[in-house]
Design a protein around this ligand. Structure first.
Ligand SMILES: CC(C)(COP(=O)(O)OP(=O)(O)OC[C@H]1O[C@@H](n2cnc3c(N)ncnc32)[C@H](O)[C@@H]1OP(=O)(O)O)[C@@H](O)C(=O)NCCC(=O)NCCS
Length: 239
């Protein structure tokens, strides 16, 4: 376990004191606590189709490599986690397949596997902070791709993911028929976008989103509230 960052967080829309936090890399000693948070999440959103629970094996695969997974600690508790793994360990799915990466690239993928925030600590922007840090730190692992999935209808997770600088490249039916964006970080050929050129599409307009994605556009930002929100698409520019 290594300290990655420390600082303070401020709760959204509240006049509370800033909350001190530390981010540490997670390892196998954190498995139980991380699984406890996932159990709590599952209990709270039992009828939710926006979150796909991960089995213990996937957590174990991620946590056995020090430096692949990150936890936000507040008052010595794990407030939130971001677990990644090497797909060849998990032997279940390589997210590179969802982006149709060439076979030669498959061994260079990191799956962004699972993330959640303990209900006591929601509203502090923890998930976005952890994803951003993970994208930054995983650049040092020696792989070229970080790939993850998020439901278009999980607005907090979607906002957190896009704030970390990932690019949505596909919209697919996964996990037995559930709609998911597939997002990508490419360390070898980074994406650059001009946000002022964004085309905004209402999240439920799937046809238009499929059209834009098939034309090479990427989803890079989101605006609006739970009642109505739009995803912004732009064409990647390469340096
Ligand atoms: C997704 C999850 C991790 C986010 O927790 P969090 O970090 O506390 O999220 P926050 O409440 O800080 O919200 C994240 C972003 O969504 C925005 N958001 C949250 N609720 C919102 C709402 N009702 N309307 C508009 N925006 C909203 C926040 O403003 C924030 O964006 P900002 O940083 O631009 O302000 C948490 O909800 C969770 O654990 N969910 C269950 C598990 C899950 O879905 N995991 C992700 C699977 S891909």
């Amino acid at each position: 376990m290594a300290l990655v960052e420390s600082g303070t967080l401020t709760r959204r829309n509240a006049k509370t004191q800033p909350v001190p936090y530390e981010v540490h890399t997670l390892n196998m000693s954190h498995l139980e606590k991380v699984m406890e948070i996932q159990m709590l999440v599952i209990k709270n959103i039992a009828k939710d189709k926006y979150y796909e629970p991960d089995d213990e094996g996937l957590f174990r695969q991620g946590l056995k490599h020090d430096g692949l997974s990150f936890g936000m600690f507040i008052e010595d508790r794990i407030a939130g986690y971001m677990v990644s793994n090497f797909p060849e360990d998990a032997k279940i799915r390589n997210y590179g397949e969802y982006l149709e990466l060439p076979e030669s690239e498959m061994s260079s993928v990191i799956n962004f596997e699972s993330s959640a925030v303990h209900p006591d600590f929601r509203g502090l922007g923890i998930n976005g902070r952890l994803k951003k840090l993970a994208v930054h730190e995983l650049a040092n692992v020696g792989r070229d791709h970080v790939i993850g999935t998020v439901s278009p209808y999980n607005l907090p997770s979607l906002k957190a993911s896009l704030s970390a600088g990932v690019a949505i490249r596909k919209l697919k039916s996964l996990y037995g028929g559930r709609l998911r964006y597939v997002y990508h970080v490419n360390y070898k050929t980074p994406y650059y976008f001009d946000k002022s050129e964004c085309i905004f599409v209402e999240v439920r307009n799937l046809k238009r989103q499929h059209e834009l994605l098939s034309q090479g556009y990427a989803g890079i930002t989101v605006r609006g509230t739970m009642d109505y929100y739009e995803v912004g698409f732009a064409l990647p520019k390469h340096s």
